[in-house]
Design a binder for this molecule. Structure first.
Ligand code: NAP
Length: 290
């Protein structure tokens, strides 16, 4: 299929693009830097129309985001421009088309808080990042779209971005002191599995909003220790703590973002993995570099 990936030079895009290409799709990449084939500031409707009028595509995958939670909190209008306005411009362009492309839009598990697992209608918004991503979902839902609420981890293939697993791997390998949270729970997929699920969504094009993560989540602390255990990394410099005690974080972070992904599994006819097996798979990505 002819695919246009918006925000392709970021963390997820750097894994997703090579995967989609390896599946035989014709992939066009957008970003703001030269790392992508096409450059455009999508918060500008003319820039966006210039891009979408030029590039032939059947499906658009939108990875654009301002993902820095602290920055979204201190600059809410910037969060709006990147996370919401870009999708408003995109939806407006799609509505003008005679044969509209299907949109696959990536959202976040940060729209949840309180005891999980959360079904799709269980939204609790606690910071501007979450608020802006939720607003973007509402806009994306006004066109034919698959909206995926997700979280992910894995070895970064992006020059500019370090992932959570990169941070754990490098800190523990160098014996640097780090703190991991016992009271933050999540259910992320590996970027490899997420890429496969995005490809499935491109093929099946289900309309609607879906949670997309692993079965059974765990705390970020248990995740960090399980990852270290897989790679036999020393853990003496890693301390369990709670996010309530983490004074270096200014903005509130949700405590429990674990998702109930039954809707995605049923609609797409696929079983999602356990987080433990995803950690095992990601550990292998680091064995390649160790
Ligand atoms: N990272 C996570 O752990 C996580 C978890 C859950 C959900 N998500 C969601 O997953 C998606 C991808 O995340 P990611 O971590 O890959 O993000 P990322 O690394 O920050 O990449 C975001 C991309 O958006 C582009 N972008 C930003 N502002 C733009 C604008 N005004 N016009 C055009 N492009 C713009 C950036 O371009 P440049 O390369 O030029 O800066 C970059 O390519 C996002 O929607 C995010 O909310 C992320």
């Amino acid at each position: 299929m002819k695919l246009l990936i918006l925000g392709s030079s970021g963390l997820l895009g750097s894994t997703l693009v090579p995967f989609l290409t390896s599946c035989g799709h014709e992939v066009k990449t957008h970003g703001r830097s030269d790392d992508a084939q096409y450059q455009a500031d999508l918060s500008d409707p003319n820039d966006l129309a210039g891009l979408l009028d030029t590039v032939d595509h059947e499906v658009i995958v939108n990875l654009v985001g301002l993902t820095d939670v602290e920055l979204c909190e201190t600059k809410p209008n910037q969060a709006y421009l990147v996370n919401v306005r870009t999708v408003e411009n995109l939806a407006a362009w799609i509505k003008r088309q005679e044969s509209p492309p299907h949109l696959v839009h990536i959202s976040t598990d940060q729209v949840y808080d309180g005891p999980g697992k959360h079904a799709e209608n269980h939204v609790t918004l606690t910071n501007y990042y979450a608020f802006s991503k939720y607003a973007a979902e509402l806009v994306a839902a006004s066109v034919p779209a698959t909206i995926l609420r997700t979280n992910f981890f894995g070895r970064s293939r992006c020059r500019m971005r370090m992932s959570l697993a990169d941070w754990l791997f490098h800190s523990l390998s160098r014996g640097e002191p780090i703190q991991v949270f016992d009271d933050v729970l999540f259910s992320p997929l590996s970027m490899t599995t997420l890429s496969k699920m995005i490809e499935l969504s491109i093929k099946q094009q289900p309309d609607g909003l879906f949670n997309l993560g692993t079965h059974e989540g765990m705390s970020k602390a248990d995740f960090a220790f399980a990852f270290a255990d897989q790679l036999k990394l020393p853990t003496r410099t890693m301390t369990r703590t709670t996010i309530a005690q983490a004074t270096f974080l200014k903005t509130y972070r949700p405590r429990d973002m674990r998702m109930d992904c039954a809707k995605f599994e049923t609609r797409l006819g696929i079983g999602l993995p356990l987080l433990g097996s995803e950690i095992e798979q990601v550990a292998n990505e680091y064995r390649e570099v160790a």
